[in-house]
Design a protein around this ligand. Structure first.
Ligand code: SF4
Ligand code: SF4
Length: 516
């Protein structure tokens, strides 16, 4: 057993309101520099949709992540020594600027200096690449809320396994639904970006697992851009270096939450320490596709187990980090309650950002109040025109999940490597907690039904209460449990990177330059 500590994240998708505050907070701190215009280390996508860069999930095009070969071992799909050498002068598996978008600014001066005339002066968009006026065809979050066109949703790569009938059902106008998927670098346990770098510039920090790019060692091979299946490594054309989300490590070292998490309006984000067994990474990453999620969760260790604590201490993990792992909200969501899943586990990078899949408003439906429904009509029941009733007490407990507007197959393509059982269980648990709270606060759910729901999903009233608290009421210190850095471990932290803000953002102590 080789116990190590990893900072991990949970995003609760039912709570994301798509406000993009997280993206803007990150943009203003880290990537408001020349060469980084198009980089969104945090972005929020509308699902179903094509995302950013366009269709990033389609690895037939981008060749990111790992594949399992004939002998059961994994290899990089589009990078590595041989593939890198073969494509040394031209790497065909890179997103182009059109897949991101051509960065632009506006001719603001025209608003002030335009000669007097009959028209209102406008600020025309100007390309930040050519300096010429341009027609904006794409931009950050261009497909937000489907941008008024069905083209984005219909081109979602996750629809591949859905039958035409299922797709049609999903896209019927009155049934069309979407949810938001905020994305940052997953700080994976088996990061393809690290494995692909010919210069060895990318590394995973020992003390907290944050994946970073050394700007002095980077030689612009851009193999990390190809290898990261989530497309969260970017090339800066100005400095000639690659850059990526650094999980706000200067803030984390001081015990503060990353800016995107701190500013999140929906409070969907949780951060905490997970202890894992590094000896089992290879086996977990090369597991059978159906087994990937279970094997990934298996390598996360119980921070209360005495043998795990002893092994962690033997590996030099400080007591404060072990305590943080015990209080970790991510451990609760991911392991204890089994509520969250990794995004696209089939890419085999063992991402350490987990998502609570969105249940969406499937708890109740508005049905005609005849037949059995008639009996429920009383003075306090909510009635719509034509005597329709807001029905919460479904005959079949899980009927609403099976008839959800998002077919389970779609959710499984995102969070379960195609396996619907893992996703269904998480959704049922979400539903069970709602039924429990409904029983407790409104009282129109029978106690036996509530108990049955909890029992069938492996929850208790106590755990349901815990889930409700962490989902709805949790305070800042419940959502972010971050052990501050131990300075004796990393002496370079003694320099405060905030002192150099203004040169190249918040965090580089030395300006990265071409030709280093
Ligand atoms: S998400 Fe991509 S960039 Fe981040 S650690 Fe994983 S492979 Fe690397
Ligand atoms: S700030 Fe929070 S709620 Fe708003 S889009 Fe980002 S993740 Fe969603």
């Amino acid at each position: 057993m080789d116990v190590r500590a990893q900072i991990s994240m949970v995003f609760h998708l039912d709570k994301c309101i798509g406000c993009h505050t997280c993206s803007v907070a990150c943009k203003n701190i880290w990537t408001d520099r020349k060469g980084a215009e198009y980089q969104w280390w945090n972005n929020v996508e509308t699902k179903p949709g094509t995302g950013y860069p366009g269709k990033w999930e389609d690895q037939d095009v981008y060749k990111g992540g790992w594949t399992r070969n004939g002998n059961g071992r994994i290899e990089l799909k589009g990078a590595g020594k041989q593939k890198g050498l073969a494509n040394i002068f031209h790497n065909p598996a890179l997103p182009t600027i059109d897949d991101y978008y051509e960065p632009f600014t506006y001719d603001y001066l025209n608003l002030i200096e335009a000669p007097a005339g009959d028209d209102q002066p406008t600020a025309r968009p100007i390309s930040l690449i050519t300096g010429e006026p341009m027609d904006v065809k794409m931009g950050p979050n261009w497909d937000d809320d489907l941008s008024g066109t069905p083209d984005y949703a219909r081109n979602d790569p996750n629809l591949e396994n859905l039958t035409p009938a299922e797709r049609d059902a999903m896209f019927q106008l009155e049934r069309m639904a979407f949810f938001y998927l905020p994305r940052i670098c997953n700080h994976c346990l088996n990061p393809a970006c690290v494995a692909s770098c010919p210069s060895g510039a990318i590394y995973k920090r020992g003390e907290d697992g944050i994946v970073l790019i050394n700007q002095k060692v980077c030689r612009a091979w851009r193999m990390c851009v190809t290898a990261c299946p989530y497309k969260k490594s970017y090339y800066n054309w100005h400095t000639g270096k690659s850059e990526k989300c650094i999980l706000c490590f200067p803030r984390m070292e001081a015990g503060y939450a990353p800016a995107c998490m701190h500013s999140c309006v929906g409070r969907i984000r949780y951060i905490g320490v997970l202890l894992y067994d590094a000896d089992r990474i290879e086996a977990a990453a090369s597991a059978d596709e159906n087994d990937l999620v279970a094997r990934q969760l298996d390598i996360l260790m119980d921070p209360f187990d005495e043998t795990v604590i002893a092994a962690a201490k033997a590996n030099g993990i400080p007591d404060s980090t072990i305590k943080a792992a015990q209080d970790s909200p991510t451990y609760k969501f991911v392991k204890e309650w089994g509520m969250a899943l990794p995004l696209h586990p089939e890419f085999r990078t063992l991402p350490m950002l987990f998502y609570v899949p969105p249940l969406l408003p499937v708890m109740a439906s508005v049905t005609p109040s005849d037949g059995a429904q008639k009996e429920k009509l009383n003075t306090i029941a909510k009635r719509w025109e034509e005597n329709r009733l807001y029905d919460t007490s479904t005959e079949e407990l899980w009927g609403a999940i099976e008839q959800a507007r998002f077919p389970l197959k779609y959710m499984a393509s995102l969070f379960g490597a195609g396996d619907t059982t893992a996703v269904a269980l998480r959704l049922k648990r979400l539903m069970a907690v709602r039924l429990y709270r409904r029983w407790k606060t409104v009282g129109d759910i029978a106690e036996e039904k509530m108990k049955q729901a909890l029992a069938e999903t492996g929850l208790t009233q106590e755990s349901a209460e815990g889930i409700f608290y962490l989902t709805a009421l949790a305070k800042f210190n419940d959502r972010f449990v971050i052990p501050p850095a131990h300075r004796e471990q990393a002496i370079e932290m003694l320099e405060f990177t905030g002192d150099v803000k203004g040169s190249v953002g918040f965090g580089f102590r030395e300006r990265p330059e071409r030709g280093l």
